[in-house]
Write a protein that binds this ligand. Structure first.
Ligand code: GLA
Length: 383
């Protein structure tokens, strides 16, 4: 169990007792990709792979030890954020907390462990941010609600780590609920937990392809969408984000938009529709429809948004043809990373075998394929 392994690691690193156990999940997005920074809809679930740790109030510096990555460079809570090492996430969360509560949080010390693969598109950075923000929240007695912690983690990532992502990952890690996916409106930031039907499990189909281009290509997509918005606004439309653009408006603008901006907008608009339809299909048990929408989402991300890659396409195709597969598609930013599949639970072994055999024929590096459960969001508790 996580608490036991954290206690073991703590006892190797610190004398005395910890005060708080904190834990935050990674996430997988069922559908609604590259829509969050366009104020659209997303439908992620927190997963049963988590980052967790034990913490206590420190003397004067923030001093943390990661089981995987070693100690952070200790820092004073008042000091400006750093740009190097895994500890920059701790600095970033500390700075974002300071912005939110008006003064620097107290120094803390602790150990951080994780069974969530890093850098693979399952939001390991959001999980780390939420784990630390939750620990601080408990130790400093802020009593901030989880929506605020999500916002603080997002500010940490965008303002202080410097990644221009949307809010989905941090909200999913904060708001997840066991057995549920979380439908989110990224304009109003309203959200609702939706039951994942009994008998289905989620499969992570990790291509293990490093996502080296992901950051620059991601920022480029953000700009391309902004360009599409600008071009509507220039022609007098009341458009603040792609959420304000209808398919009719887009079709009428075909000649005015450059072809790249047109295809990016087309993906975002159609993906928003698919995300709403997917939710209804899941709620009414129309699993065929769920599968169709996943496939369309993948095709749109591949052709119109151009964020897939040969490995993700091969993985999705392998899953579509495997027994027990309800639906599968690439998930997260793209350019490597994972596909997600909804799979009939009792057919998981057959599914896994078939996907491995089919994907193996393409000659890519060995993938990592495993089932996950939809899990609860971040928490911290006194021990
Ligand atoms: C990354 C970002 C999210 C979201 C997805 C794409 O995971 O961090 O905010 O934009 O890509 O849907």
């Amino acid at each position: 169990m996580n608490l036991e392994s954290a206690r073991q690691f703590w006892s190797e690193k610190f004398p005395g007792e910890p005060q708080v156990f904190a834990s935050a999940p990674g996430r997988v997005n069922l559908i609604g990709e590259h829509t969050d920074y366009n104020e659209g809809f997303v439908f992620p679930a927190a997963i049963s792979r988590r980052t967790f740790g034990l913490f206590r109030l420190g003397e004067d510096e923030v001093s943390l030890i990661s089981q995987r990555l070693g100690p952070n460079a200790p820092f004073h809570p008042e000091s400006p954020p750093r740009s190097k090492g895994w500890g920059r996430y701790a600095c970033a969360v500390c700075s974002a907390l300071k912005d939110a509560v008006g003064s620097a949080p107290p120094p803390i010390e602790g150990v951080v462990l994780s069974d969530l693969p890093g850098g693979g598109g399952l939001s390991s950075s959001a999980a780390l941010e939420l784990c630390l923000a939750s620990a601080w929240n408990e130790l400093a007695g802020y009593q901030l609600p989880k929506e605020d912690l999500a916002e603080i983690a997002w500010v940490a990532e965008t303002r202080y780590v410097g990644v221009q992502c949307g809010r989905m990952d941090q909200m999913a890690s904060a708001l997840g609920r066991r057995g549920h996916a979380v439908f989110m409106d990224m304009r109003s930031l309203d959200w609702e937990a939706v039951t994942i039907p009994d008998g289905l499990c989620m499969g992570i189909l990790d291509t293990c392809k490093p996502r080296s281009l992901a950051a620059s290509a991601y920022n480029l997509r953000v700009q391309e969408c902004a360009r599409a918005v600008e071009s509507f606004a220039e022609r007098g439309a009341d458009v603040r984000s792609l959420r304000d653009v209808t398919s009719e408006m887009l079709e009428q603008a075909t000649g005015d938009l450059d072809s790249v901006a047109y295809r990016r907008a087309k993906h975002v608009l159609s993906e928003n529709e698919r995300t709403v339809a997917f939710r209804s299909a899941l709620e009414s048990g129309s699993l065929r429809e769920v599968g169709r929408l996943c496939r369309e989402s993948h095709e749109s991300l591949k052709s119109d948004y151009e964020v897939s890659c040969a490995e993700l396409d091969a993985m999705a195709r392998s899953a579509w043809n495997a027994p027990g597969c309800v639906g599968a598609r690439m998930t997260g930013a793209g350019f490597g990373g994972c596909c997600v599949a909804l799979v009939e639970e009792d057919r998981w072994p057959e599914f896994e075998r078939a996907v491995k055999a089919s994907y193996g024929m393409y000659g890519f590096r060995e993938p990592s394929i495993y089932p996950v459960a939809a899990d609860d969001g971040a928490f911290a508790r006194r021990i």
